[in-house]
Design a protein around this ligand. Sequence first.
Ligand code: SAH
Length: 205
Amino acid sequence: MKLNRLERMLEKLEGFSNPSPRLEQYRTPAPLAARLLFHAALKGDIEGRRVCDIGCGTGILAIGAALLGAREVVAVDVDRTALEIARRNAGRAEVEILFLQADIADPAIPDLIEPCDTVVMNPPFGAQQVHADRPFIDAALTIAPVTYGIFNTGSRSFISSYLTGRAEIDEVIGGLLPIRRTFAFHRDEVREIPVEIMVLRRRDA
Ligand code: SAH
């Protein structure tokens, strides 16, 4: 599948109906999601692989991975309403995804999710709850040897030190995340936040 076709398909998916600021529910725009997925696919980390999307929200990354030929896709979110939308989106895109409602900070996560080849994620940046991204990094490292994640530009050195020898930042790709006015505390109609797609590779990988 070509990049722009993937982008067009992802663009059609339904977004959050009533996004929660506490859970930092922002949908990844289709061009950024397609970029992350295409990059992972070029590296051989999607097709034929078992892929897990943590904090899947309305499912854009999970569905894109399935469209690019992942063998199996597991998608996890704590929010039941988001998962309902994600299920509908998967149905419309005609892909099969195993959805799981769980808190990624739950210590039982390694027992709930079988090991995967690749994690994809656009986790909370920790703008509302400090360090909200940390349990995502921890879970990603237990689930798969390689993770493609979207992070705030400028967080690289924090992430790098948080990895503490468990994994390395293998690659960093710059991008922009346009955030439309979603919550009352948003002042601008659209604000573009510089983000980085980071590839985290576990030391044993
Ligand atoms: N990955 C989606 C959604 C990004 S928004 C996309 O790319 O469009 C971040 C998502 O993380 C939200 O859906 C939110 O419900 C979920 N989330 C936040 N904290 C979580 C937690 N502790 N456990 C599981 N999911 C969580």
